[in-house]
Design a protein around this ligand. Structure first.
Ligand SMILES: Cc1ncc(COP(=O)(O)O)c(C=O)c1O
Length: 387
């Protein structure tokens, strides 16, 4: 048989999704893959039931149903203060996952360099490989996850075509400050670089932190390709609804890439989700309050157990320091944690370019009873995990 593609030969299966399978095998409380175990808003699922009868059931316009784009433009304008033309500045995609891939393929040529902060969301490595680009990693240094401006400028100096910015960050929970974003913006302008943002956690932020949309900074609108999705904001990760917002010349290209990748997002799901996009401000305040409650419950529990961890500013993950357990390999630690303690976690090494083996990621987008059960099990961690 002829060999399969060189480009994808190095792909392993996603560590995150592998940990979900391992969690299921050991009946562990799965805090690895980031999705809620609570229901989406009832208004959205009720509307889905109506749409099941009424339709639409056929292809929508490939770049997204008109009413969805209009509702999305209005919502994004409301939160960012930046005007968005629903006809020329939005492409609706199958999740932010496709949005990022379409953005990368629209911007980069094989061999182009792309700056990625480390730790990073797992998919960015694959996005660069599939689009033929070469990553340049810039460390976000724990425990504060600050970056060194000199190191960042060095990366830009290597001729980077784009930078990927995950804000708020998965896995480290960092919310980039306005000053940090201004610095990134000044470098992007100086070196004529695009910025592809992944803002799926834009509405999951903890006081006193605030989300700043990079595209709203002076000079950034024309070079920012904003990717985000409805997955986290409306607890509908399985609906696969995401989007790209960018200036018309870029969106024109993204539309074409998206058309050939997937044709379009699911028409009935777009129709039902419009209800969510039209929610009043109180929905987002309640969402923030709910996540603040889950975060407090979880981090207080971890504190009581005496574990060291990063307290996130946004998103819904904590990185727990496992140095005390004496494992050389964090994957082995996670397998043991699922088997012996009954909690599913993701090895931190899958998020870092640097050799980091002492962190594991847990998420807390779960019902109180799930989090309490996980904390109960984790309270035995020192008894069960000593090597
Ligand atoms: C940073 C980040 N980007 C993208 C995604 C995937 O988003 P979507 O469901 O919209 O494809 C996730 C999911 O966990 C994520 O954490």
């Amino acid at each position: 048989m002829r060999t399969l593609s060189n480009r994808t030969a190095g792909f392993t299966d996603s560590v995150i999704r592998r940990m979900t399978r391992i969690s299921a095998k050991y009946n562990a409380v799965n805090l690895s893959q980031g999705f809620p175990d609570f229901e989406p808003p009832k208004e959205i699922t009720d509307r889905l039931a109506e749409v099941a009868k009424e339709g639409p059931h056929q292809y929508a316009v490939t770049w997204g149903a008109q009413n969805f784009r209009e509702a999305l433009a209005k919502k994004q304008e409301h939160f960012s203060g930046m005007s968005v033309d629903p006809n020329s500045e939005i492409v609706v995609t199958c999740g932010s996952t496709e949005a990022m891939m379409a953005a990368m393929m629209s911007v980069t040529n094989p061999g182009d360099k792309v700056v990625i902060f480390s730790p990073f969301y797992e998919n960015y490595g694959a996005d660069t490989i599939l689009s033929g680009a070469e990553p340049i990693y810039v460390p976000l240094n724990p425990p504060e996850f600050h970056f060194d401006p000199e190191v960042l400028e060095d990366a830009f100096r290597q001729g980077a075509k784009a930078l990927i910015l995950c804000n708020p960050s998965n896995p480290c929970g960092k919310v980039f400050t306005r000053e940090e974003l201004e610095l990134i913006a000044s470098l992007a302008i100086k070196y004529d670089t695009y910025v592809i943002t992944d803002e799926v956690y834009e509405h999951i932020i903890y006081e006193p932190y605030k989300h700043t949309y990079l595209a709203t900074l002076p000079g950034m609108r024309e070079r920012t390709i904003e990717c985000s999705s409805l997955s986290k904001t409306y607890s509908i990760t399985g609906w696969r609804l995401g989007y790209v917002i960018a200036p018309p010349e870029i969106i024109d290209r993204v539309k074409k890439v998206h058309d050939f990748l997937t044709v379009g997002a699911a028409a009935p799901l777009m129709e039902a989700a419009v209800v969510g996009l039209n929610f009043p401000d109180s929905y987002y305040a309640d969402l923030q309050a709910h996540y603040t409650h889950m975060k407090n419950l979880f981090v207080d529990g971890l504190k009581n157990i005496g574990l060291n961890f990063t307290d996130p500013q946004g998103a819904y993950y904590v990185l727990v320091d496992i140095s005390e357990f004496g494992y050389k390999c964090d994957l082995e630690f996670c397998e043991d944690l699922a088997r012996k303690v009954g909690v599913g976690a993701v090895p931190g090494s899958s998020f870092f370019k640097e050799d980091v083996n002492h962190l594991v990621r847990l998420h807390f987008a779960k019902k109180d009873e799930t989090l309490n059960e996980a904390l109960d099990r984790l309270s035995e961690i020192r008894k069960k995990m000593v090597k």
